[in-house]
Design a protein around this ligand. Structure first.
Ligand SMILES: C[S@@+](CC[C@H](N)C(=O)[O-])C[C@H]1O[C@@H](n2cnc3c(N)ncnc32)[C@H](O)[C@@H]1O
Length: 279
C-alpha cells in the first residue's frame, strides 16, 4: 500500500520527466501516478490557441479544461494557479489582469517551476511568480487571492480535504475559485478503471463527482456551480482489451463514466454565520 508521500514522489518523478518533453511528446505520456506509456493524454486537453496570452512554450498539453474561461478574472486581480506546470493558465490569466495584477503559480515539481520561470523571463513579466510548494500546505498567507484556478491537478493530490481547506484559507473573503478536474460518475468496474487509466491517465486519483463537490462545499465555499462538463470517451478497442463486447455494451448504457468538469465557487464575505437566528 503506497503512502501519500510515495504517491507524491511518483507524481514528482512523472512530471519532472514530462517537463522536459514537448506537448506532442506528452500526448503519448501520462498524467497519472501509474506510469503508462500508452496513455493518450490529449483526450483531456482543450485547445488554447485562440486565447489571449497563450504561450505555446507553456502548453505541455496537460490540462483538462480552461479554468480561466469561468474564473471572472478582473484587471489588477491577484490570481493563484495551483499545479501550474509550465505556466499555461498563468499566462492566460496575466493577459486579463494586466500589469497591475499579480499571478502566482504553485507547483511541487522543481522541473516544472524551472520551466515556468524560464517562460516568464522570456516574456519579460515581473508580476508572474512561480513558487515551489505542495497544495496540501500552500506557501502563501491567508486571504490573499482574488481568484484561485487549477487545471487537472487536484485529482493527483492524495488528501483532497486538506487541499481544499488550504485553497479556502488563501482566497480572500468574497473571492472565488474556478477549477477544472477529472471526476467519475457511478461505480466503474475495475477493468474499466484500468483501461481508462491506460488510455487517458488522471483517473486513478479521481473521486466521484458528488464526493468531490461535497468536499469543496464542506471546506466553506458557497454558490457552487459546474458550468462545464465533458464526458471522456474511451474507445471500444481499448475497453475491448479488458471487457467482452456484452460488458462494453452494459457499461455504455449505464451512464457511468469519466468526466472532465470545471467547478466554480465563492468564499463567503464573512466567515461568521449571519443567517437569521444565528448571530
Ligand atoms: C496534469 S499537470 C497540469 C499542469 C498545468 N496545470 C497545465 O494545465 O498545464 C499536474 C501538475 O500538478 C502538479 N502537482 C501535482 N500534485 C501537486 C501537489 N500536491 N502540489 C503542487 N503541485 C502538484 C504536478 O507537478 C504537475 O505539474
Amino acid at each position: 500500500m503506497k503512502t501519500s508521500e510515495d504517491l507524491k514522489q511518483i507524481v514528482k518523478d512523472t512530471y519532472s520527466e514530462i517537463a522536459m518533453q514537448s506537448k506532442e511528446q506528452n500526448t503519448v505520456s501520462c498524467c497519472g501516478v501509474g506510469g503508462c506509456a500508452t496513455v493518450d493524454y490529449a483526450v483531456f486537453a482543450e485547445n488554447y490557441d485562440a486565447l489571449k496570452g497563450y504561450n505555446p512554450d507553456a502548453d505541455l498539453g496537460l490540462g483538462c479544461g480552461i479554468p480561466t474561461e469561468f474564473a471572472n478574472i478582473k484587471e489588477g486581480d491577484t490570481v493563484v494557479d495551483l499545479g501550474s506546470g509550465a505556466g499555461n493558465d498563468c499566462f492566460v490569466a496575466r493577459a486579463i489582469t494586466g500589469e497591475k495584477g499579480k499571478i502566482i503559480g504553485i507547483d511541487m515539481t522543481e522541473a516544472m517551476i524551472d520551466k515556468a520561470r524560464e517562460n516568464a523571463e522570456k516574456l519579460g513579466f515581473n508580476n508572474v511568480e512561480f513558487r515551489l510548494g505542495d497544495i496540501e500546505k500552500l506557501p502563501m498567507a491567508a486571504n490573499r487571492a482574488d481568484v484561485v484556478v487549477s487545471n487537472c491537478v487536484l485529482n493527483l493530490v492524495p488528501d483532497k480535504e486538506k487541499a481544499f481547506a488550504e485553497i479556502f484559507r488563501i482566497v480572500k473573503p468574497g473571492g472565488h475559485i474556478s477549477i477544472s478536474d477529472v471526476v467519475l460518475k457511478g461505480e466503474l468496474p475495475e477493468a474499466v478503471l484500468k483501461a481508462s487509466e491506460m488510455y487517458a491517465g488522471c483517473v486513478s486519483g479521481a473521486l466521484q463527482k458528488d464526493k468531490y463537490l461535497n468536499i469543496i462545499y464542506r471546506s466553506g465555499f458557497e454558490k457552487l456551480k459546474v458550468p462545464k462538463e465533458k464526458a471522456i470517451h474511451i474507445p471500444d478497442e481499448i475497453l475491448g482489451t479488458y471487457l467482452t463486447s456484452e460488458q462494453i455494451k452494459d457499461y455504455r448504457e449505464s451512464g457511468r463514466g469519466i468526466y472532465s468538469i470545471t467547478v466554480i465557487a465563492e468564499k463567503p464575505l464573512s466567515d461568521n454565520c449571519c443567517t437569521p437566528g444565528c448571530c
